[in-house]
Design a protein around this ligand. Structure first.
Ligand code: BGC
Ligand code: ZN
Length: 367
């Protein structure tokens, strides 16, 4: 069967590869779920893997099948599978366990090992192919009524984890009632984080470069957030007019902005960094002032990557709630479809050149 792959280490090596069709019996103890791939989303991670910034092939291969945001339909299950049945729409988690205590309790998203295994990213093939098989432990059901939001389940799981980490970490304060949140960045993680926070009744400012009117602003404001262009106001000015935030979800992809935002977080606040900044940029920061302010304000910085099964489930539940609360808004994120695996060059071109594309995804098959 066909697959879209790269040769890790070689820039711009995206190509069509051939893989053997997997079988449920590839997974031990009758726990295999064979899924026919319908759609796969791509993001900056896929672009940076194709730029050879990171990513590794699975052992025994000189290529890596990319794509970690999948949506498919279950075609066959092993005899022990209970969670899903044939015909269910599903997605699948990304990270696979290593050997740490966290990996052993189903929390490979917080593995303590430096090496991690991620389908489509590091040491495991991804989903940009016709079929995949996996252990039912990693397969997540998507209700039929959310079929139209398909590949958003994975980015939503990352946003769900980011917000959840803040809420869990802020238990340190005994009481935390965040009223104001800022989301920096209005890509998929920024917009989906905006959605989750608005569903919890928090006042949200969504900040991004582009001036209104634009699609990002339309979506953020569709969730009842206030969208502001950072070309018009500095973060300091915004803190003076709107008040300092209790929570910042940082999702710009710019480490410079991540440090700038540290300077305006309110006392007892929490900031979550979610961007994978795969570069070598350096930036000068007012370190004395940040240090002083963070100590005097008991502030907290949390890094958040990936997501586990539970975050997928809560993310999917919030997609459903978001859909009935602001009908039709979430699907506006799904801007840019590409027809078929054969169009892999077009897929990568859109990912690199089409800066306004909120979500490029490949229609792999009908279903
Ligand atoms: C993926 C995450 C992954 C991270 C780091 C993101 O694009 O959505 O699942 O953990 O990249 O590789
Ligand atoms: Zn991703």
């Amino acid at each position: 069967m066909k697959a879209i792959a790269v040769r890790p280490g070689t820039p711009n090596s995206v190509h069509l590869a051939e893989l053997e069709k997997p079988a449920v019996t590839d997974i031990p103890d009758g726990r295999g779920v064979l899924t026919r791939v319908l759609k796969v989303g791509v993001d900056a991670t896929d672009r940076e893997i194709n730029d050879a910034l990171y990513g590794n092939a699975p052992p025994g291969y000189d290529f890596l099948v990319i794509g970690h945001e999948c949506f498919g339909i279950v075609e066959e299950i092993g005899p022990s599978v209970r969670r899903v049945k044939v015909g269910d729409y599903v997605t699948c988690t990304v990270r696979r366990p290593g050997g740490s205590i966290y990996d052993r309790i189903g929390r490979s998203d917080i593995t303590s090992e430096e090496q991690y295994y991620e389908r489509g990213i590091n040491l495991r093939h991804g989903y940009l192919t016709e079929y995949f098989v996996d252990d039912e432990e990693f397969v997540v059901r998507i209700p039929v009524g959310l079929k139209h939001l398909h590949v958003l389940a994975e980015p939503m799981s990352c946003a769900a984890k980011a917000v959840d980490q803040a809420i869990l970490a802020q238990k340190r304060l005994q009481v935390w009632e965040p009223k104001r949140a800022w989301v920096t960045g209005a890509g998929q993680i920024g917009l989906l984080s905006t959605l989750i926070l608005r569903l919890r009744g928090i006042e949200v400012l969504t900040l991004a470069r582009g001036r209104k009117p634009n699609l990002k602003a339309e979506i953020a404001e569709g969730f009842g957030s206030t969208y502001i262009s950072t070309q018009d106001y500095s973060l300091k000015e915004l803190a003076a007019t709107h008040g300092k935030p209790d929570l910042i979800i940082e999702a710009t992809g710019s480490s410079e902005l991540a440090f700038e935002a540290m300077q305006i977080l309110g006392h007892n606040g929490c900031m979550v960094w979610t961007s994978i900044t795969g570069g070598t940029r350096k930036t000068e920061v007012p370190s004395d002032s940040i240090n002083l302010n963070w100590v005097l304000g008991n502030k907290l910085l949390v890094g958040s990557v990936n997501a586990n099964f539970r975050h997928f489930e809560s993310g999917i539940a919030d997609l459903a709630l978001g859909e009935v609360t602001w009908p039709g808004v979430i699907q506006k994120i799904l801007t840019t479809p590409v027809q078929g695996l054969d169009n892999y060059k077009e897929m990568m071109r859109l990912l690199v050149e089409h800066k306004d594309a909120l979500k490029v995804y490949v229609n792999v098959a009908e279903g």
